[in-house]
Design a protein around this ligand. Structure first.
Ligand code: PLP
Length: 456
């Protein structure tokens, strides 16, 4: 690893960065408003949880309010800013399709992530006596785990109580390891091949930041005759996604993380062209073909492709901020942004590894020194986020360190019991901030060392 950059070098990286203009497109929160005890702007490394507001998104939302105020119901058809609500997804779909490496017909912009999991699982999880199991990580994001765990129960007409009990195959890392090895997942697929109906994995794991090897896992899943589904909550807008090339069957995402669409904003899903639903679609009027949607007929005529699986009219206020971010991504070029993101996270990693608090070892339970290790795999098996496990690995230590970081104006997020996630987001974070973030972490750990020495 090359030596970590100095402050001057970081400032120079920012000054010479051809993509530095994107930061000016965003509203960066004040540190004090984020609970800090210092002035100035927050160092916001939490875009993996909720992306920041862009200036254009603010404008667009005000335009929607304006249209609502002046045109009311006519805004569906006749929109002052040429974005009739009836077709609010139209300007979004081509961008989204590009971003996930899919055809426009395969992408739907609707509902929310967990709702979309239920939608797709109701349709595509069709267990039989012989093939009924679902593979998912034991450490999956709770919403995914709860949602998927609930589905075998709906099939007690086909499955015995024992089969329902055995329906979930949970994947866990090896003893003493934090991330799953591809070879171990492949092994599970081999061993349970003809019983597996669906393999459901994240593209990027929310806790560890691990990027999964989707093409390899997808291929194996198809070799054993199962369907391959992806949760891209932490993947979309973060890493390069090629759903068609990877042969993914279906996928879901949210847009409020790396795509900055605002809290609780609309989600999206992908269904591969040609994937058979065996007449198990959950229908709604917004899935009906546009041409006859407003004829209010009793017969459902689905829109071809993924949009035929939508239910409700699109959430406009939760959609339109997305247009702003997608426009910025298009202007900057996703590949350029990704190349910079790799440098930004690589810089964070090199500064962290140079910290005197860094260790690559698992802590022993009676350790009494403050420190951290990085749980996230090395490049290329990650996105933007690095997950730090704070030591000593005892309850209560990490939150103290996290509080001190917030006090100093660094907004990451805590994932109990031991992890702090830091995500320098390419659209609005800088190399200088990366340097400051590591200084703040080091100071927070130095203070922790003092507390520990006092027996606290
Ligand atoms: C953020 C996230 C969610 C959130 O689900 P919502 O339905 O949008 O509340 C679900 N799964 C994963 C993996 C996530 O990272």
């Amino acid at each position: 690893m090359t030596p970590p950059p100095t402050k001057e070098q970081l400032a120079q990286l920012d000054a010479e960065d051809p993509l530095k203009w994107t930061r000016d497109e965003f509203e960066i929160p004040d540190a004090r408003a984020s609970g800090a005890k210092v002035d100035g702007k927050a160092i916001y490394f939490c875009g993996n949880s909720l992306g920041l507001l862009s200036k254009k998104a603010r404008e667009h939302v005000l335009e929607e309010l304006d249209t609502w105020s002046t045109s009311a119901v006519f805004g569906h058809f006749n929109h002052k800013y040429q974005r009739p609500w009836k077709y609010v997804d139209r300007p979004l779909t081509p961008h989204l399709a590009r971003l996930v490496g899919a055809k426009e017909s395969e992408v739907s912009h609707s509902a929310t992530l967990t709702g979309n999991i239920h939608n797709l699982f109701t349709t595509f999880y069709k267990p039989t006596q012989k093939r009924w199991k679902i593979v998912i990580e034991k450490g999956a994001f709770p919403s995914d785990w709860y949602a998927i765990y609930s589905h075998p129960n709906l099939h007690s007409d086909v499955l015995s109580p024992e089969q329902i009990k055995d329906a979930i195959i949970p994947l866990s890392p090896r003893e003493g390891e934090e991330t799953l090895r591809t070879e171990d997942i492949l092994d599970v697929l081999d061993k349970n091949g003809d019983e597996i109906a669906i393999v459901w994995l994240p593209l990027i794991q929310y806790y560890t930041g691990q990027l999964f090897d989707a093409p390899t896992l997808s291929k194996k899943t198809h070799d054993i005759g199962a369907l391959f589904g992806l949760d891209m909550a932490h993947g979309v807008g973060n890493v390069k996604v090629e759903l068609d090339k990877w042969n993914v069957d279906f996928a879901v995402w949210c847009t409020y993380k790396y795509l900055n669409s605002g809290p609780g904003a609309v989600g999206g899903f992908f269904i591969r062209d040609g994937l058979q639903d065996n007449n198990r679609r959950l229908a709604g009027w917004w899935g009906n073909d546009e041409k006859s949607r407003f004829e209010m007929k009793a017969e459902f005529e689905p829109t071809p492709g993924a949009k035929g699986y939508q239910h409700s009219c699109t959430n406009v206020l939760g959609s339109i901020p997305l247009l702003a971010t997608l426009d910025i991504i298009d202007k900057a070029g996703f590949d350029n942004l990704r190349a910079k993101a790799i440098r930004l996270t690589g810089t964070l990693e090199s500064l962290l590894r140079a910290s005197k608090y860094y260790t690559d070892k698992e802590p022993s339970p009676n350790d009494n020194k403050a420190g951290f290790r990085i749980l996230t795999p090395e490049a290329p098996w990650r996105g933007t986020q690095l997950s730090l496990e704070i030591h000593p690995r005892r309850e209560g230590i990490m939150p103290r360190v996290f509080e001190r970081m917030l006090d100093a104006g660094l907004v990451g997020d805590e994932r109990k019991p031991y992890v702090i996630r830091l995500s320098p987001v390419v659209l609005y974070n800088t190399f200088t901030e990366v340097g400051k973030a590591v200084e703040i972490l080091n100071a927070a750990l130095a203070a922790e060392d003092e507390e520990l020495a006092k027996g606290n």
